[in-house]
Design a protein around this ligand. Structure first.
Ligand code: CTP
Ligand code: CA
Length: 225
């Protein structure tokens, strides 16, 4: 019924959404990752599907269940996510990068398991590819790209504005991860939406499904103008 009643204002739009963390292997049994659950990305995917969009979700390792009606592409590392996104970006109308991509990965993956007895206490890291920077280089004017900014406290807006510019985004969704009710592994969020046109709007604390709906309201507005 929900699907029947929703406005179909995303009909015909090809939408690519990334969700969840990435996982960067250290050895055969260990990895570096982060606390992203994929909830916000999936909430955005469900909302866009209800509104008639054609959705593909590229997701890292997540435990929240994926609805069967969403086309899902599972990946593990930042590099795999980059490849999955770049492959599909040319035929994408709207890209939403909700994934928490690892910024660094172990420089070398140890083959097999590192033994405790090796007394190895150092892991050398190297930067991962920044997917949104790669997208910015090939983005066409008819494509819309939305990024996220996970920030702590006072610098939230300043940092989000900087990322909006550097990553050449149409819209950035910023949230304060230092507050328990807007952080990780939780069903609520409060976000700021900052668009490249200079509009800044706060979406008050609400369940992630509701926040997702309002983010799409804002994106639909961008499509219109
Ligand atoms: N992002 C990306 N590729 C990366 C890292 C991040 O595409 N290697 C995307 C995220 O999916 C998000 C946006 O960039 O949409 C901002 O991510 P965030 O971690 O907040 O910013 P960073 O640029 O990584 O900077 P920092 O972590 O230092 O705040
Ligand atoms: Ca980061």
């Amino acid at each position: 019924l929900e699907h029947l009643l929703a406005p179909k204002d995303l009909a015909g739009k090809k939408i690519l959404i990334t969700a969840g963390p990435t996982r960067e292997p250290i050895d055969a049994v260990r990895y570096l990752s982060n606390r992203s659950s994929g909830r916000m990305g999936l909430a955005l995917a469900r909302a866009a599907w209800l509104r008639g969009g054609e959705i593909t979700v590229v997701h890292g390792p997540i435990t929240v269940p994926l609805p069967p009606y969403l086309k899902a592409i599972p990946v593990e590392t930042a590099k795999e996510m980059l490849e999955a996104v770049m492959d599909r970006f040319p035929e994408t109308d709207i890209l939403v990068m909700a994934a928490a991509v690892a910024d660094y990965r172990p420089k070398e993956i140890f083959p097999g398991k590192i033994k405790k007895s090796s007394q190895n206490t150092l892991i050398e890291l190297e930067p991962t590819e920044d997917i949104l920077l790669a997208v910015a280089q090939v983005k066409r004017v008819d494509q819309i790209v939305i990024g996220f900014a996970a920030e702590e406290g006072a610098k939230l807006l300043e940092e989000a504005r900087r990322k909006l510019k550097v990553k050449k985004l149409d819209l950035i969704v910023a949230n304060d991860i230092s507050r328990p009710e807007t952080g990780f592994e939780i069903d609520t969020n409060e976000v700021w939406l900052i668009s490249s046109t200079g509009k800044e709007e706060k979406i008050p604390l609400a369940p992630k499904d509701q926040v997702a709906w309002q983010i799409w309201d804002c994106i639909v507005e961008l499509l219109g103008g």
